[in-house]
Design a protein around this ligand. Structure first.
Ligand code: ZN
Ligand code: ZN
Length: 323
């Protein structure tokens, strides 16, 4: 399935245009190979921000057994890789050095693993005895796609470097490998299978897909929490003793998010108490309300599709309307 479509960015930069063309071509082949496969999820130009760092992933393929990052490189003539892992490409008849796209993709893999680990509590189910697993053992492979009319000049086979039209077959091979490595009954006791490899549960995969979709940030649009100043009328401020500021400001309260996938398409439901059900990943998130006027803990009152936060001090404020 294609979770996130490829979108070309309008640019006049010739070099950037060539890069976009290569990415568009790769996205086309991935759609042809996996567009109708319900077990394989494809993201095109996924951009994530974390701790001031940016992860820009050309193509990401996700399934229960692992992930594959595909880095697209525009090489319409030839690319050369020498014994020291140095890359160069022919550009308008001349050889030019280039940064290794394999290392580039590996850095994206490290970034992605760190990013997912920072959110492991919401994404991965706890094991018995409450142990919280992380993504350290989740397989992330990298591939480099060059334009399909390009030529690869390298000694020996480089399975991680392929022309765009050959990448889907390489992806399929890795998907099979992931599935066997992450199978505990696997007889293939190679190094990776010993250290790594686990399958996501179906609900974990659903949350992971929704999480990545929700965390994509377009370039130039910073992910900022819209912090409106808490508008508390002057008169009421004076009635309230100088208590510490309420921990949750009104603007934040309208910014409810699924704790699993960070999605904002939520619905209030009632079980033992009121909670949010996520429409993206079906995960549950507890509702903790603080009165915006006095800072006291508040409870939910339901009225049709509307939900009100009500505190012991008698304040009432609508905080959510169900879709
Ligand atoms: Zn969710
Ligand atoms: Zn109150």
């Amino acid at each position: 399935m294609i979770v996130k479509e490829y979108q070309a960015v309008a640019t006049t930069d010739k070099f950037k245009q060539a890069g976009d063309k290569a990415e568009g071509q790769m996205a086309f082949y991935l759609r042809r190979a996996f567009g109708t496969d319900p077990n394989v999820h494809v993201f095109n130009n996924l951009r994530l921000e974390h701790d001031g760092e940016v992860g820009q992933i050309d193509h990401l393929i996700v399934h229960r057994g692992g992930m594959i990052i595909v880095e697209s490189k525009s090489v319409t003539s030839a690319v050369r890789i020498n014994d020291r892992e140095e890359w160069s490409r022919q550009w308008q008849g001349r050889w030019q050095g280039m940064a290794s796209p394999v290392l580039q993709a590996q850095r994206q893999a490290d970034f992605l693993r760190g990013y997912l680990n920072a959110h492991k509590e919401g994404l991965l189910n706890k094991m018995i005895f409450g142990k919280q697993p992380g993504f350290r053992g989740f397989l992330i492979d990298v591939l480099v796609a060059i334009s399909d009319q390009g030529v690869i000049e390298a000694k020996g086979d480089r399975p991680e470097v392929r022309k765009a039209d050959q990448i889907p077959d390489q992806v399929k091979e890795l998907l099979r490998e992931h599935a066997s490595l992450s199978n505990v009954f696997s007889l293939r006791f190679d190094k990776r299978a010993m250290n790594e490899g686990f399958n996501l549960a179906p609900d974990e995969l659903t949350r992971l897909i929704a999480f990545l979709r929700n965390k994509h940030v377009e370039a130039g649009r910073a992910e900022t929490v819209r912090a409106e100043p808490a508008a508390v009328p002057q008169a009421q401020q004076q009635q309230v003793p100088a208590a510490p500021a309420p921990p949750v400001a009104p603007s934040v309260r309208r910014d409810f998010k699924c704790r699993h996938c960070q999605g904002q398409r939520l619905q209030v439901q009632f079980g033992k108490s009121y909670y949010f059900k996520c429409l993206d990943c079906e995960g549950n998130t507890a509702i903790h309300l603080t009165c915006t006027q006095c800072g006291a803990a508040a409870r939910t009152r339901k009225q049709g599709k509307e939900f009100f936060a009500e505190c012991p001090g008698g304040h009432s404020e609508r905080y959510f309307v169900n879709p």
